[in-house]
Structures are given as structure tokens and as C-alpha cells.
Design a protein around this ligand. Structure first.
Ligand code: SAH
Length: 431
């Protein structure tokens, strides 16, 4: 028996039409604990994925173009204040070469991601790269952080089609605990609106299992995706990084639930203070049993992975036709984490095609996989892994968001062709 009353009815109602569930229902699905219930949730979400996207997975080679970052997010390994890594920036030639490799792999789609730099020189640099790779006819996604609307517009005109900017959490108070002063949740929302005005396929997402985050926050995150009417979602488990303030708190002090209770003004002090509780004296289990409410950050890899998968599944159930990526962070928690993401309702995978010599310097979180595997190995390994779960790689197709095609159909700004090849994907929405 499931711990959610009337689970089968709830799942059937969610599958019937998008946005059918109320927030407490979304939260109840996310909080579900029994294995049979969770499996039913994954099965229902996967059925919707197959209905809308087929048994195919869109690939986007990801280029980690540089780790220089103006931001100082408490959780992120490439934050400005982390001195334990070598900073790098790929040249335009290097990025173009990787884009050519991506085209040769027939992924037809590319992501360029980096730390956040706001300058005219950087804007021009990216414009130049985009113009040079335009003849490859790839669906290009940028993930370069907060920028002015003018910059977004210039990059769009230079050839970018999609932009991914995670809101990280839809709860502004929680956001404030994860970022120093000057990092504005409101600006991030405004950036998402600006991207939409510029005509991008817009993607956002969150980390799940953040210290202090509740199931209600996560349910609210899914409602936020719906309200913003986004086309793509990239989200994954929060994984502590030892060279970050939040990583130190999560890994050493094991007081994740306490973090959200620290008033913003006090956070810097707390961050620079020594660990409050030596890890040897406090086990995570003790914490989750006693201090922490059941709705706070999961304490084991397995719990973190399951929560990440549940988030994908509930998002698919609520939104139906958006693109959802199975984040690499899932693979950091289990070797088959991304395939499990596909089986829970995701339809996009972003294999890393950055040269291995740079990968160690782009560790957003600890335990990032494939640090030593080149793009060719990643490709073969992914193909085999997907075949094992009955899915094939959607080579040669850009894998544009079906939601985007639907919302722009008939409007002044027509969507780009859904694919470059001749075969057609199932149009679940038309069924
Ligand atoms: N600077 C760009 C993109 C680089 S960071 C931007 O701001 O969009 C890409 C994503 O990595 C972030 O949005 C965040 O959600 C994720 N990330 C950072 N640190 C992480 C951690 N410790 N665990 C899991 N995901 C993390």
C-alpha cells in the first residue's frame, strides 16, 4: 500500500491533462516513501515521456567554456572565492573545434556553459563564437548566467536558440541563505522574463535536497516552472563541494537543517566560524531522527538520488510536454543515475565534450563523473547504457522543446524546425 491516499487516481488525473495537481498533491508525491508507490510514480511519468518524446533521448554535448566567475554562490565549486582551482577560459578556436566534434558525433545540439562574466569583451567573444559555429546548424543552448536583456538579444541574433538559467530555488528566503549579499533572486526572475522576450526557448531549474529546503518548497518550484511557462527544465540533486561554505557545513558540521535558520546578516560570520559540531560526534542518522524535520535535506546518496528522480517524475506529470534533462549530478550519485532519470521522465542528456584536461577545474560539486573520459568514450558508454533500458539516441535532431513549438505556433516568431532530419517524433499533445 502506498503512503499517498488514492495514488492511482492521482496519477491518472495528472496524466490526463497538464497542471492538474494542487500544491499539497505535488508535495505528497515528492514526500512519498514506499518503494511500490515511488515505482508507480516513475512508471506514470515515464509513460508520459514516451507519449510526448518517444523512446528517444536528445543529446546535447556540453562545453564547459570557462570557470572564471563573478558570483560567490555558497554551494558552487567554481565560486569566485574558491582558490583551490586553476581558472581557465577556452579560446574561441577551442570552442569551435568542440562544436565541430559535437556536429561530427551527430548530436545536432550543443550547450555552452561557463561561470558568469558580464563585460562587453565577453559578450563580443560569445557573439563571435556563435557566428563561427552557425554554419554547423546546431541547436545551441547557452548557460552563461545573468546578463542584460541587450546581451541576451545580441547572443540570440548571433545564433543561440535556447538559454538555461536555473532559479536554484523558487523560495526567495531560501535563495538568500545560499547566496551572499548582492545576489538577487528577483534579478534572476527578471532575466528569465528578458530571455522570454528575446524569443529563446527558456529553461530553468532548481537543486533539490538543499539544506533547509522542504517538500513544499519543491512543490512550489514545480508551480514556478508552470507559472513561468518554461520550455526546458534542468535540475538535479545538490551535492556538497568541500571547498565551499555550504559544503563545509553539510559535510563537516552536518547541520543542514539549521542553515536556513541563520539570519542573512549572520551568515558570513557563521561561514567563517569553525565547525560547530565535530563530525565524529554527530552522525547524520542522529540528525535526521531528532533535530531535522522529515522534510529537510536528504542525508544519504540514495535519498538524494531518489529525491532527484522524484522531482523529475513529478515535474513531467505536472507539465507533460517540456524538455527535462537528466543532470550529470544524478550520475555522481549512482553510475546509472542518468538512465534512471530517463526512466523517471527526463528526455535529454548532456554528455560532457570538454577536453579532459579542463574537467577537474570545472567541478561544481564533489564526485563529478567522467573526469578522465574523452567525448568518444562518453558517447559509446551512453549509447550502451540507453540501449540497455530500451531507449535510443535521437541522433541528427535538435530536440527542440515541444512546449516551445506549441506556444509559438501561429505567433509572429515562428519556432525553428523541430528537427533537421525527415523522421517525425510522436506529437503526444495531438493524441
Ligand atoms: N554560471 C551559470 C552556469 C554554471 S553553474 C549560471 O549561473 O547559470 C550551473 C549549475 O550548477 C547551477 O545553476 C547550479 O544549479 C548547479 N550547481 C552548482 N553547484 C552545485 C552543487 N554543489 N550541487 C549540485 N549542483 C550545483
Amino acid at each position: 500500500m502506498s503512503d499517498v491516499d488514492g495514488l492511482d487516481d492521482l496519477l491518472a488525473r495528472a496524466a490526463e491533462r497538464p497542471r492538474a495537481l494542487a500544491r499539497p498533491e505535488l508535495a505528497a508525491l515528492l514526500a512519498m516513501d514506499d518503494e511500490a508507490g515511488i515505482q508507480s510514480l516513475f512508471d506514470a511519468a515515464y509513460a508520459l515521456k514516451v507519449k510526448y518524446c518517444g523512446k528517444r533521448v536528445a543529446m546535447r554535448g556540453i562545453v564547459e567554456a570557462g570557470n572564471v566567475c563573478a558570483k560567490d554562490c555558497y554551494y558552487c565549486g567554481i565560486r569566485k572565492s574558491n582558490e583551490n582551482l586553476q581558472r581557465y577560459q577556452l579560446s574561441a578556436d577551442e570552442i569551435v573545434r568542440l562544436a565541430e566534434l559535437d556536429a561530427k558525433q551527430d548530436y545536432a545540439s550543443l550547450v555552452i556553459q561557463s561561470g558568469e562574466i558580464e563585460s562587453e569583451a565577453h559578450t563580443r567573444f560569445i557573439e563571435d563564437v556563435l557566428r563561427r559555429i552557425a554554419p554547423l546548424d546546431l541547436g545551441v543552448t547557452l548557460s552563461l548566467g545573468e546578463q542584460t536583456e541587450e546581451t541576451y538579444r545580441r547572443w540570440k541574433e548571433a545564433g543561440a536558440a535556447r538559454y538555461l538559467l536555473r532559479i536554484e530555488t523558487s523560495n526567495p528566503k531560501l535563495y538568500a541563505t545560499l547566496h551572499p549579499a548582492g545576489h538577487s533572486w528577483e534579478r534572476r526572475v527578471e532575466c528569465l522574463r528578458a530571455l522570454r522576450r528575446c524569443g529563446y526557448q527558456v529553461g530553468t531549474g532548481v537543486m533539490c535536497g538543499l539544506p533547509g529546503q522542504t517538500y513544499d518548497d519543491l512543490a512550489r518550484d514545480i508551480e514556478f516552472f508552470a507559472e513561468m511557462d518554461v520550455d526546458m527544465i534542468g535540475m538535479g540533486p545538490y551535492i556538497p563541494h568541500p571547498d565551499t561554505p555550504l559544503g563545509v557545513l553539510s559535510a563537516k558540521c552536518l547541520v543542514p537543517s539549521a542553515w536556513c535558520l541563520v539570519p542573512s546578516a549572520e551568515q558570513e560570520k557563521v561561514l567563517s566560524a569553525k565547525c560547530l559540531v565535530p563530525s565524529a560526534e554527530l552522525k547524520h542518522e542522529d540528525l535526521s531522527e531528532s533535530n531535522a524535520p522529515s522534510t529537510t535535506a536528504p542525508s544519504t546518496k540514495h535519498q538524494a538520488l531518489t529525491l532527484g528522480l522524484k522531482m523529475i517524475a513529478v515535474t513531467r506529470l505536472h507539465l507533460h510536454d517540456v524538455n527535462i534533462a537528466a543532470a550529470t549530478a544524478l550520475q555522481a550519485l549512482a553510475p546509472d543515475g542518468r538512465e534512471r532519470g530517463i526512466h523517471a521522465g527526463a528526455n535529454v542528456i548532456m554528455p560532457n565534450i570538454t577536453d579532459t584536461k579542463y574537467r577537474r577545474s570545472y567541478q561544481l560539486y564533489a564526485g563529478k563523473p567522467c573526469l578522465d573520459e574523452n567525448a568518444g568514450l562518453c558517447k559509446g558508454c551512453l549509447e550502451r547504457r540507453l540501449a540497455a533500458i530500451g531507449e535510443t539516441v535521437d541522433y541528427g535532431h535538435r530536440g527542440d522543446s515541444l512546449h516551445f513549438s506549441k506556444r509559438t505556433r501561429g505567433s509572429a516568431s515562428l519556432p525553428e524546425p523541430r528537427m533537421r532530419g525527415s523522421a517525425s517524433l510522436p506529437e503526444g499533445g495531438a493524441e
